[in-house]
Write a new protein. Structure first.
Length: 152
């Protein structure tokens, strides 16, 4: 049974450990990046190899590192790419399941009003950001009234 005194002692020890770790990581952040990155790379390669003792995993890590570098140089945002990579197989599996249940009929994807609403939202989320801010402003003024965007 956990008493309140033992709980307080645990919380005190936990806070001490956190305080020590915060101090340690604050010092690590003072190390210049050029000196820190080789150590991070060595630890990463060692950890990936130690997980399965497979050199393929190390090459896979290096390959994904290069993909990340290409994404950064091309100014491609990484979070949407990771979401697509993680959620893509799940979406594909559920699409196959729904098509199998409907006998291959694609109309099941548009059969209810809420499914149609989600399709419209998805198209809007794809189209609206690609519009220039000027075209979007003109459209908003046209549909929602007000003066023309060029008049002050």
């Amino acid at each position: 049974m956990i008493t309140s005194r033992s709980r307080r002692a645990f919380v005190r020890r936990f806070r001490l450990v956190i305080a020590l770790l915060v101090g340690f990581f604050a010092r690590v952040l003072q190390i210049p990046r050029w000196a820190l990155m080789p150590g991070v790379a060595v630890l990463s390669v060692t950890a990936v190899h130690a997980l399965n003792q497979s050199i393929f995993d190390v090459f896979l890590m290096v390959g994904f590192g290069f993909v990340g570098l290409v994404f950064r140089k091309a100014a491609i945002p990484l979070p949407p790419a990771i979401l697509g990579f993680v959620l893509g197989p799940l979406m594909e599996k559920n699409l196959r399941r729904s098509l199998a249940l409907s006998g291959g009929d694609w109309d099941v994807l548009f059969s209810s009003w809420i499914a149609t609403a989600f399709w419209i939202l998805a198209v809007l989320f794809l189209v609206v950001p690609s519009l220039s801010s000027g075209a979007l402003r003109k459209w908003a003024f046209h549909w929602f009234g007000g003066s023309t965007p060029n008049s002050s």
